[in-house]
Design a protein. Structure first.
Length: 212
């Protein structure tokens, strides 16, 4: 798996404010969207395009347009939903599918409670959105789900990861037959005994939408 950690002062600045326990939900939501737009610029470097010709007011010109089928953006509910606007701002013609997953806070195992995706993903480039890659179980299950449906190119966009989670994700997806890349704003120190990223930013879903 190809892994890119974005090294940019604006990303570092926004991530720092996002982490701050004093940052309120409206600001957290806005910063999440802004960060995703910055990460998406790098994450879409391999998006498929076709050559096209257009005519400018002055002369014919050669260019490119996004290829069909359209890219599919898949936020992992709940917290990944906070990343959706920032992503579709950059790729407005993308389609959007949804997967709802929650991690059991005792066992740290993910379970899927909702899914609304095209049945057939053959030939689709998929962009999976989830702010937190902690143990890696949730993201690995989501990627596996999309590949089993036929997706042939996966890009995961996360804000923060733990080194243990990246290692586990890589090993869980070791046998994947399609290209899979991971784009991140930062890699933190470790996981704590509750499976939270340290220093992290706490529970991303709760900070976006409130404690449930
Ligand atoms: O890498 P893992 O150890 O699997 O954990 C990461 C997952 O945990 C969080 O979601 P959570 O289960 O809290 O659901 P939520 O988005 O509804 O808050 C986060 O958004 C990831 O989906
Ligand atoms: O640090 C963490 C780990 C899992 N989920 C979160 O929202 N934060
Ligand atoms: Mg949560």
């Amino acid at each position: 798996m190809e892994i890119t950690v974005i090294d940019h002062p604006l990303v570092a600045h926004k991530l720092t404010v996002l982490r701050d326990v004093e940052t309120d939900s409206p600001t957290f939501r806005r910063l999440t969207e802004e960060l995703v737009t910055l990460l998406a610029y790098e994450a879409t470097r391999e998006v498929r395009v076709n050559p096209v010709s257009v005519t400018t007011p002055v002369a014919p010109a050669q260019g490119v347009r996004l290829a069909a089928p359209k890219p599919l953006v898949v936020p992992i509910l709940r917290a990944g939903l906070g990343m959706l606007e920032g992503m579709v701002r950059l790729v407005p013609t993308a389609e959007v599918g949804f997967v709802g997953m929650v991690r059991n806070e005792e066992t740290l195992e993910p379970s899927t409670y909702a899914e609304r995706l095209p049945d057939d993903l053959h030939g689709r480039q998929c962009y999976v959105l989830d702010p937190m890659l902690a143990t890696g179980g949730t993201l690995a299950a989501a990627v596996r789900f999309l590949v089993n449906r036929g997706a042939d190119h996966i890009t995961c966009i996360c804000l923060l990861a733990a080194p243990e989670g990246i290692e586990r994700l890589t090993s869980l997806l070791d046998d994947l037959k399609v290209p899979c890349t991971l784009v991140l704003a930062g890699v933190d120190d470790r996981l704590n005994e509750k499976g939270y990223i340290v220093p992290g930013l706490g529970d991303a879903g709760d900070r976006l939408y409130g404690v449930v």
